[in-house]
Design a protein around this ligand. Structure first.
Ligand SMILES: [Zn+2]
Length: 115
């Protein structure tokens, strides 16, 4: 389950930087997961719960937002939200030729602290 690896990396990144800054407590962390990132939100949430044990993130509210992908139609240039790579067609012209603009990202959006 690669969510465990990702969760450990996020926990390390946040705690290392927080400690460098003299932060005593991380109160909230907001993570954005693209629909095509290959990351399962529930698994990641569970893995994070394990990864933050005994760290300054232990009590943090972890918010994970799953965002749909965004695609651009090759035929007419319409940009549209994409939930499924293999079931999509352009809402503008019905073409199934498009390229992915976003949806693969896994991003740490914000970290809230209390010092
Ligand atoms: Zn189109």
């Amino acid at each position: 389950m690669h969510e465990l690896t990702i969760a450990a990396e996020i926990a390390d990144l946040v705690t290392e930087n927080a400690m460098k800054e003299g932060v005593l407590l991380v109160t909230a962390v907001h993570i954005e997961v693209g629909a095509f990132s290959g990351v399962d939100v529930d698994s990641l949430a569970f893995a994070l719960e394990l990864s933050v044990k005994d760290t300054i993130m232990e009590k943090a509210v972890i918010q994970i937002t799953r965002v749909s992908g965004e695609a651009e139609c090759r035929a007419c240039g319409t940009v549209f939200a994409l939930e499924d790579l293999f079931m999509a067609s352009c809402p503008g012209c019905g073409s199934t030729g498009f390229h992915l603009l976003s949806g693969r990202q896994l991003r740490l959006l914000s970290v809230e602290i209390s010092s």
